[in-house]
Design a protein around this ligand. Structure first.
Ligand SMILES: *Cc1c(COP(=O)(O)O)cnc(C)c1O
Length: 361
């Protein structure tokens, strides 16, 4: 692969981060960029100053949505060591999303090495308070100026970095989730398992309706019968029954979450009965009424593990108390963040360490 060209900001002053970071509002000084064309493949890698994009109004992805993205995080521990949480897995998922959208795949190893360089350059932007991290957003989109539906011939990959705090306005407190059967997000054999903008566009209307009613997000049911639970807007969902922790199996319409996978690995390690299966909303309701649903929680990179304090389906309000000591969601949250902040043993090799490499900065 070609050498990365560096075009860094001059006179870089000390980074001062706002005290309340929120999510996705602050961006670092630089991005990684690489282009694709049919002749050269992926070429022209650079780390450069973040600036506005210039594009033709006919740029294909704006009209036909040919784009994919992913979201992962980097952390800094107390000694200043920087690591990224499961980056290969995220970049492989980016490739899986790309394949379905007819976007050329990237060389995971090369992009990961570039990402490490970028993060090292921006390491002063990584916040260190509990709950804070550096959110990494790689995305690829079709750039040809052309009005007509077909895959683009030229693409751009950009990696954008954003120091973040908690994803939800509630912070790390329990969220309220509305089960919708008025709208669906995705159908099997569609693009539900890809991180592609169309899925989020499809989710907005239901999300806004839920917000007006005081809910944080929507829990989607399957696209065909609206009978089986699928996932939340940006999280996979877990139901803790009395003798089982269950999560919907990956059917093709659900995003295969990396946090979902981490949680499953931890629960197996803790010898809990964790199953990936079909879960109907009727089962959740009837088991709740019998007192057999102990917890509901969501998992995702942004929120990590998020307790669901209220789950509403039709007129039924299922409330969950998270103040008791036997709180699995909190235990999972603590375990994962402990590993992320370098405080616990990284048994599963989830961290990729970033250290000084070739760049003079
Ligand atoms: C990103 C995302 C998730 C969570 O995936 P992670 O890899 O854990 O961050 C779940 N559902 C949807 C729809 C998502 O976009």
């Amino acid at each position: 692969m070609e050498k990365i060209v560096y075009n860094l900001k001059e006179n870089r002053s000390k980074v001062s981060l706002p005290t309340n970071l929120g999510f996705g509002q602050v961006f670092t000084d630089h991005v990684f960029e690489i282009d694709y064309n049919e002749e050269k493949g992926w070429h022209n890698p650079s780390i450069k100053v973040l600036e506005n994009l210039q594009m033709h109004p006919a740029t294909m992805f704006i009209h036909y949505g040919q784009a994919v993205f992913d979201g992962l995080k980097a952390f800094k521990d107390e000694d200043g060591n920087v690591s990224i949480f499961r980056p290969e897995r995220h970049l492989q998922r980016l490739n899986n999303s790309s394949r379905r959208l007819c976007i050329p795949e990237i060389d995971v190893e090369f992009v990961l090495s570039a990402l490490k360089e970028l993060i090292w350059i921006e390491k002063d932007w990584i916040p260190t308070s509990k709950g804070e991290s550096l959110y990494i957003r790689p995305f690829i989109y079709g750039v040809d100026p052309f009005l007509g539906v077909k895959p683009a011939s030229n693409y751009k990959l950009i990696i954008l970095l954003s120091p973040v705090g908690a994803y939800y306005p509630e912070g790390f407190k329990p969220v309220k989730i509305l089960v919708t059967n008025d709208y669906v997000r995705a159908v099997r054999k569609g693009i539900g398992e890809c991180k592609t903008p169309a899925n989020y566009a499809a989710s907005l209307y239901a999300g806004e309706e839920a917000k007006k009613l005081g809910f944080t997000q929507v829990l989607w049911l399957d696209g065909v019968e609206q009978k089986y639970i699928e996932e939340v807007g940006t999280m996979n969902i877990f139901i803790r029954f009395k003798n089982e922790v269950a999560t919907p199996k990956l059917s093709g319409s659900i995003l295969p979450g990396v946090t979902r996978d981490s949680v499953i690995q931890l629960l197996k390690e803790w010898k809990m009965n964790i199953t990936e299966r079909v879960i109907s909303i009727d089962e959740v309701v009837s088991e709740f009424k019998k007192g057999n649903v102990l917890e509901v929680f969501g998992t995702g990179t942004a929120a990590i593990v998020s307790m669901v304090g209220l789950l509403k389906y039709k007129e039924i309000e299922m409330k969950f108390d998270f103040t008791h000591s036997d709180n699995l969601a909190a235990r999972l949250f603590d375990k994962i963040t402990e590993i992320q902040y370098g405080k616990g043993e990284d048994k599963f090799n989830w961290l990729t360490h970033v250290s000084y490499k070739a760049v003079e900065v």
